[in-house]
Design a protein around this ligand. Structure first.
Ligand SMILES: O=C(O)c1ccc[n+]([C@@H]2O[C@H](COP(=O)([O-])O)[C@@H](O)[C@H]2O)c1
Ligand SMILES: Cc1cc2nc[nH]c2cc1C
Length: 334
């Protein structure tokens, strides 16, 4: 089918029974959806959330307020239905899959857990690469395959991994060139002294490698398995014609890596919210992204993406189902 022009999409939005521009940001969201699906009758009925969980070798260096064991404990909480992501998935009408991408310790055995374990946590990126090239390939491929399953119109991606704000900061630094000091934040709630220590540790880890890295190399050197698998899932979702709901700081690091691996992935992305983690605005700027919500949320798990889903659904329904001035016999501007 011929490619819809931006002018044709805008004309369809402008013809709806409302003053010009009166639905604000919902109008540009509808335009993004129409452009991606190449139709003026876009479909946004089904959304699935995939939460990727993994551990980080750098967690042992005191960069998080919480112990590494919380990653595993939260996976069990997701499976029991007790996390914020479970609650918001239910209120937003989103289905949820939980993936072990590489949680430390023995494999978690549970009938509803999807096991795609690359290894029981990455190596510490303070002293060497977090993962091998073969582990990166396996993580990207596993994520891609998961996103290709099912018949969702959109996929939201969440993560759980103690110390993964450190991984996202280092990846973000190597992909944007913005300084570690500007990107590093409190994560799960570090105090001033601990934040200064984290910044110093991340600066040492960053100094190990050249200034600018390819997305592959940044993921190998600093990535988590959950971040790499999420990047693979984003590539898979875009390739399968599903839109991507990008969550917070860590998910946006995965999105930036995915967009560098395949620039065509960017068109599939909807940016759900902005987190107070200071690096998030840098990554959003590198992606030229305007997030929908600003709620002061910094939880991860896909919680911001879950809250944005009803807006995405409404935007598509507006373009598909709203009457035009002509359809409804409503007078245009005087
Ligand atoms: O999504 C965000 O913007 C976000 C910001 C700060 C923290 N988090 C979550 O907190 C964990 C990482 O924090 P930290 O301090 O252990 O690096 C990880 O499980 C993330 O899901 C998430
Ligand atoms: C309790 C807790 C829940 C989380 N969910 C995502 N990251 C998290 C980090 C902690 C510490």
């Amino acid at each position: 089918m011929a490619l819809l022009t931006d002018a044709a999409i805008q004309a369809a939005i402008n013809a709806k029974t409302k003053p010009l521009g009166a639905l604000g940001r919902i109008e540009s969201l509808a335009a993004d959806i129409a452009r991606f699906q190449n139709t003026l009758r876009p479909r946004m009925e089904r959304c699935g959330l995939i939460i990727f969980a993994a551990d980080h070798g750098i967690a042992g260096k005191g960069v998080s307020k919480f112990p590494q064991a919380v990653t595993r404990q939260m996976v069990l909480n997701f499976l029991a239905g007790g996390a914020a992501a479970n609650v918001f998935a239910a209120t937003s009408g989103v289905s949820l899959r939980v993936v072990d991408a590489g949680v430390a310790g023995d494999p978690i055995i549970h009938s509803r857990l999807i096991s795609r374990r690359i290894a029981p946590g990455t190596a510490s990126s303070l002293h060497g690469p977090a993962m091998t090239p073969a582990q990166l390939s396996a993580a990207l491929a596993a994520g891609k395959a998961l996103a290709e399953e099912g018949n969702d119109d959109a996929l939201a991606f969440g993560e759980m991994g103690i110390a993964n704000t450190s991984a996202a900061t280092l990846i973000g630094h190597k992909l944007t060139g913005d300084p570690i000091s500007a990107l590093t934040g409190r994560g799960t709630g570090l105090d001033d002294a601990a934040l200064a220590r984290k910044t110093e540790i991340l600066a040492r880890a960053a100094a190990r490698t050249p200034d600018n890295l390819s997305a592959e190399e940044a993921l190998i050197q600093y990535g988590g398995f959950e971040i790499a698998m999420m990047a693979g899932a984003m590539l898979g979702a875009a390739g399968a014609g599903r839109m991507i709901l990008v969550d917070g700081f860590i998910a946006t690091a995965a999105a930036l890596a995915a967009a560098r691996l395949d620039p065509a992935t960017r068109r599939a992305m909807i940016f759900a919210h902005i987190s107070p983690e200071p690096g998030h605005q840098h990554l959003l700027a590198a992606l030229d992204a305007a997030p929908l919500l600003s709620l002061g949320m910094r939880l991860g798990e896909g919680t911001g993406a879950l809250l944005a889903w009803p807006l995405v659904r409404a935007a598509a329904a507006m373009l598909r189902d709203m009457a035009s001035f002509e359809d409804a016999g409503v007078s245009g501007p005087a």
